[in-house]
Design a binder for this molecule. Structure first.
Ligand code: ATP
Length: 358
């Protein structure tokens, strides 16, 4: 199976398109470098138009970069056509052959590679078992549900044992519940096979739940690459903090920077927080607090006034004015906690390890 564990490396890749409206050239992907380790599940995540699909299509060979080099394992692949690359793509539209049954759809890639008949049967049956579609070999694709079609599409890609599996928003045509089921299945299958996978989505919870590493893209460039935890707890920029999960941003001034920490002034209060951003004394900074990262208490470091207090079942949702800044708090499992009502004074209580400046 080691054959199915190829790394992918992009060295200074740029892709320039012409904007059809203005006729001007623009960078869909700009001087992007990244290194994907063999066997990892990596997701390209970002808002519409940030260059995720273009990056994926360049790796697959459907687009060629204007600058830079792409490596699959140790091999430079820019000049190879898609079918000469050791990759297979699972598309949003499934791209199944409509007049073929399930078996023939999965077998197709092996037939054109002239694999012997007996081996084809064995490999197809094994893969159909893996994607839980055994017994459905003779069904025509139009007799399958969306989820089943996506399983067949996945089987078609896996059966040729590519070095890297590419996914272009594969679940966006499925309903919300099935999307959640399918994403865990894709992840389990990838872990079982141990294959390198690159997955494009604009759905952050999909990316969080499925990936070893997430690459956050913005306007053709990589903002950050890291594990879901790193991205969530140590976002490299306000864009990332805002894009992943919910976040409150408070204006602050750095009074003193002391290594990993900084003493800041925020809404008239002086507190010490993490300084991953390496802000300097005198800088204007943004304090980041996740809504679940703070609770309301009788004492604390930041004083506020409650302007909204709503019971949501698993949490109490608050809006609190701290100085002239409104912040949102989700106080989980509030059953045994004091509930603060609108108009009350309360302090924000948080573990300083969980808050930081950008
Ligand atoms: P989405 O989530 O909407 O699919 P994306 O991040 O995958 O977005 P890309 O499809 O990579 O974005 O597109 C990046 C930019 O390049 C967009 O502005 C898009 O309109 C533009 N673009 C993509 N393909 C072409 C093309 N063939 N010609 C001109 N512009 C293009």
């Amino acid at each position: 199976m080691d054959k199915q564990k190829k790394g992918v490396r992009l060295e200074n890749i740029s892709k320039i398109y012409k904007d059809p409206k203005t006729g001007k050239d623009f960078y869909a992907v700009r001087e992007t470098s990244l290194d994907i380790e063999p066997g990892t599940f990596v997701t390209l995540l970002g808002p519409s138009g940030c260059g995720k699909t273009t990056t994926l299509r360049m790796i697959a060979g459907f687009e060629s970069p204007d600058k830079g080099e792409i490596y699959l394992g140790e091999e430079a692949i820019n000049s190879l056509t898609p079918n000469k690359r050791d990759t297979a793509m699972v598309f949003q539209s499934y791209a199944l052959l409509p007049h073929y049954n399930v078996f023939d759809n999965v077998a197709y890639g092996l037939q054109i590679r002239k694999v012997p008949k007996d081996e084809i049967r064995e490999r197809v049956m094994n893969i159909l078992k893996l994607v839980e579609m055994e017994g459905m070999e003779s069904r025509m694709t139009n007799q399958l549900s969306g989820g089943q079609q996506q399983r067949v599409a996945l089987a078609r890609a896996l059966v040729i044992e590519p070095g890297v599996l590419l996914f272009d928003e594969p679940l966006s045509n499925l309903d919300a519940k099935l999307r959640v089921t399918m994403r865990t299945e894709i992840r389990k299958i990838q872990q079982k096979v141990g294959i390198t996978a690159i997955y494009v989505t604009h759905d952050q919870s999909e990316a969080m739940s499925i990936s070893d590493k997430i690459i956050i893209m913005n306007k053709g460039e990589i903002e950050q690459m890291g594990s879901p935890r790193e991205i969530y707890y140590h976002p490299a920029s306000r864009f990332v903090a805002d894009f992943i999960g919910e976040a409150n941003f408070l204006k602050a001034e750095v009074l003193e920077e002391n290594g990993e920490k900084a003493t800041i002034r925020v809404a008239g209060n002086t507190i010490e927080v993490n300084n991953f951003a390496k802000a300097k004394t005198g800088d204007e900074a943004t304090l980041v607090i996740r809504p679940e990262g703070a609770t309301l208490a009788e004492t604390g470091v930041l004083e506020g006034h409650v302007t909204l207090s709503t019971f949501m079942g698993s949490y109490q949702y608050y809006q609190v004015m701290v100085g002239d800044m409104e912040i949102q708090i989700t106080d989980y499992n509030p059953v045994n906690r004091r509930i603060y009502e609108v108009g009350e004074k309360a302090y924000l209580d948080f573990d300083p390890k969980g808050v930081y400046i950008l």
